[in-house]
Design a protein around this ligand. Structure first.
Ligand code: ZN
Length: 233
């Protein structure tokens, strides 16, 4: 009896060892991602980040597979023990019990399930915190950042064209945002114009060099674009 569990126990030991490697791998992936974000300041290397997210998901998949296996082994052991107790003469087939237990416990793990694990959410929240520090607070209450992006973040409209900005520039003095080409045309055609936002208190004559790229909105647009690409829209 004790001997019969020997092989299962040995495999369990090995699986646990593998799991510790996976944990190390996850930590290394997190560290590497953090280093990458630290050195890349404003321009987030999206390709690399996507690869690292994928690596994290693969680690999580292996970890889940091991958990399922270990669970199956435990269930099989319990079944075998109880069968041996109830009938000492019975010749229980360990392998068939383990096999059916594996079949019951080990299920296909979907990518969505992996993306919903606390580990993965913590990982992506860390990335988002680096990219969008001002959004971190919202994220704590609702971790689904894509939802937030489409629901609560408003991309400003250009005051002249009334269209959503695609190349946003910001007035250094009043903070208002315009579409780059529209505002440059506006300045070019009219002399002594002021900020075209109605009721803006900025009385200065608008000059080309008052305008800076609105990188915050630009990043949001880029994120939304990636989100739409992911959803295949
Ligand atoms: Zn203004």
């Amino acid at each position: 009896m004790a001997n019969s569990f020997g092989l299962m126990d040995k495999t369990t030991e090995q699986m646990k060892k593998v799991e510790s490697y996976i944990t190390t791998g996850k930590e290394m992936t997190t560290d590497l991602t953090e280093e990458l974000l630290k050195v890349s300041d404003d321009s987030a290397p999206q390709d690399e980040l996507n690869i690292l997210k994928d690596v994290m998901l693969q680690h999580l998949r292996m970890q889940q597979n091991i958990h399922q296996y270990l669970q199956a082994v435990n269930i099989a052991k319990m079944k075998i023990s109880s069968e041996c107790e109830s009938d000492e003469t019975s010749s229980v087939s360990y392998s068939s019990i383990l096999e059916s237990s594996l079949k019951e416990t080990c299920q296909e793990i979907t990518s969505e399930a992996l993306q919903n694990t606390p580990d993965y959410k913590t990982f992506t929240a860390m990335i988002d915190d680096y990219l969008q520090p001002e959004e971190a607070l919202v994220k704590e209450t609702e971790l689904d950042d894509d939802m937030i992006l489409t629901q609560t973040v408003v991309i400003p409209k250009d005051p002249i064209s009334q269209k959503e900005v695609s190349e946003p520039v910001k007035n250094k003095f009043c903070g208002h945002t315009y579409e780059k080409t529209t505002i440059l045309q506006y300045i070019g055609k009219n002399k002594h114009v002021r900020c075209p936002y109605i009721g803006c208190s900025n009385a200065q004559v608008l000059k080309r060099d008052h305008l800076v790229e609105n990188s915050e909105i630009k990043r949001l647009l880029e994120r939304r674009h990636r989100q739409q690409e992911r959803e295949g829209r």
